[in-house]
Write a protein that binds this ligand. Structure first.
Ligand code: NAP
Length: 106
């Protein structure tokens, strides 16, 4: 049985992917802020790396799906820099961190 590790499983795209994977016999483990195997806010890339490294010591992964993310749609001048930092952490740093960790296991 192929083992999938994924983010964004509670969201629109991610939950549809998760459902399809489960229907097709994959084992799915999730990373997220709520009900997840690895509970972590993707804003915190250091904690993410620590938690996933720990999880990978006792769990196999064949496929990584980075489905979490969000968009910022306000004009740049009214968007707080902290929100842009968060966007970069969640949409860019987290997928790179997870890819880096999982590639070592593929
Ligand atoms: N839907 C589309 O048509 C579409 C098209 C192009 C691109 N996209 C992009 O694809 C991505 C996913 O879209 P979607 O429609 O599935 O979005 P969504 O329904 O809003 O779901 C977003 C997912 O990302 C998770 N997430 C967001 N911030 C997080 C954080 N800090 N830590 C952990 N998890 C976090 C959410 O978890 P929580 O439940 O904890 O919030 C949720 O599972 C987004 O970046 C979106 O901009 C979407």
């Amino acid at each position: 049985m192929k083992s999938v590790l994924m983010t964004g499983a509670s969201g629109g795209i991610g939950s549809a992917i998760k459902e399809l994977l489960l229907e097709n016999g994959y084992k799915v483990s999730t990373i997220g802020r709520g009900d997840a195997q690895i509970v972590c806010d993707l804003k915190d890339s250091k904690l993410l790396a620590k938690e996933v490294e720990k999880w990978l010591k006792t769990n196999a992964v064949d496929i990584l799906i980075n489905a979490a993310g969000f968009g910022l749609f306000d004009p740049l001048e009214s968007t707080k820099p902290e929100k842009i930092d968060e966007l970069i952490s969640v949409n860019l740093t987290a997928p790179i961190t997870l890819s880096h960790l999982c590639l070592k296991k593929f």
